[in-house]
Design a protein around this ligand. Structure first.
Ligand SMILES: [Zn+2]
Ligand SMILES: [Zn+2]
Length: 329
């Protein structure tokens, strides 16, 4: 088990503790309040949700623009950008770190992708690895590289208030059909210690002769909550789950200056608690209980050891998504 904050920083932490400790206490109070609020909101939303008219697709195909693991010639990064194509159209889901890192622009150019090829952009949640980088998160402005932009104004479906220059920003307030025959669960909340109250939407699609497909961004609301909502919106048997599950158990991606940011920042726990193997065991049991036939794992927010465990212990046929690869879902 590695240190989440390198021992190099410990003297600094010790000296700064008279400032850090009260800040942590205040923050923790807000974190606990948000936790209650998120649980109540999710309960309300799930209880209120009614079956959604989701069209049956002849096919659903995913091409991965950005992921941690990558095919030869593609750049891997700790962000997410997925291109979904169906017989009813296509949609881009998230834009990774946007222009602030080379993966999206490089990989999109290699695949010949621009937003001219899709009807809409959907952003899972307002974090830097999904909405276009740290400045994008700070300013709540989705940031898409110019090279990818379309001259047409297309909708950008958002789970929470934000701007999206060059798009028609559309706030998704509840479960609804988006474009290409793909639906949104609507926003589902999670309290995160440093990022605060966070809303995230997941995608739902129905594929002919297969069943329901559920795709997440980071999966912050937890797979338990997302699957419960999916079950309210469709009684179709679950066929596949894909995307981020957020399990940086032994370490995070994109560590900087000896700090494993993912293990500290977005876990749904206070920074003095880790995500544990027991947490992962619970999620594995939930997924096995839901009984999908396929699972497509994201490596962008889940460590290699957690990916290994998921691949071994999930009963579904499980694979890790690779940037540059195309999957027929
Ligand atoms: Zn993420
Ligand atoms: Zn996130």
């Amino acid at each position: 088990m590695s240190f989440r904050i390198s021992p190099v920083w410990w003297p600094v932490v010790a000296v700064a503790s008279p400032v850090i400790a009260p800040w942590l206490l205040v923050r923790n109070r807000r974190f606990q309040e948000n936790r209650t609020r998120a649980a109540e909101r999710n309960r309300e939303r799930i209880d209120r949700a009614e079956s959604l008219e989701i069209p049956t697709l002849d096919f659903l195909e995913l091409t991965v623009l950005v992921e941690w693991k990558a095919e030869k010639g593609f750049i891997g990064d700790a962000g997410v950008s997925y291109l979904f194509r169906t017989n009813l159209g296509s949609m881009l889901f998230d834009v990774g770190f946007g222009t602030t890192r080379p993966a999206l622009t490089h990989n999109a150019a290699k695949l010949g992708f621009t937003l001219d090829q899709v009807e809409s952009l959907t952003i899972s949640h307002l974090h830097s690895d999904h909405m276009g980088g740290i400045p994008a998160q700070r300013s709540r402005q989705v940031a898409v590289p110019d090279e990818l932009m379309s001259s047409e104004l297309k909708p950008c479906f958002l789970p929470d208030r934000a701007e999206a220059k060059g798009f028609k920003a559309k706030l998704v307030k509840e479960p609804q059909l988006l474009t290409a025959g793909i639906a949104s669960t609507g926003p589902l909340a999670r309290s995160l210690f440093l990022f605060g109250y966070t809303e995230e939407q997941a995608l739902l699609a129905r594929v002919k002769d297969k069943g329901l497909v559920v795709f997440t961004g980071c999966g912050h609301p937890t797979v338990e909550v997302i699957l419960e909502m999916a079950g309210r919106l469709s009684n179709e048997p679950l066929y596949a789950i894909g995307g981020g599950l957020h399990f940086p158990v032994t370490g995070g991606r994109g560590n900087r200056a000896g700090i494993q940011f993912q293990t500290v920042l977005g876990t749904g726990k206070p920074p003095w608690q880790r995500i544990t193997d027991e947490d992962l065991s619970r999620t594995i049991a939930t997924i096995n209980g839901a009984g999908p036939r396929k699972v497509y794992l994201s490596g962008h927010d889940t460590c290699d050891r957690a990916l290994d465990r998921l691949e071994k212990e999930l009963e579904a046929k499980t694979e890790v998504l690779n940037a540059g690869a195309t999957y027929r879902l």
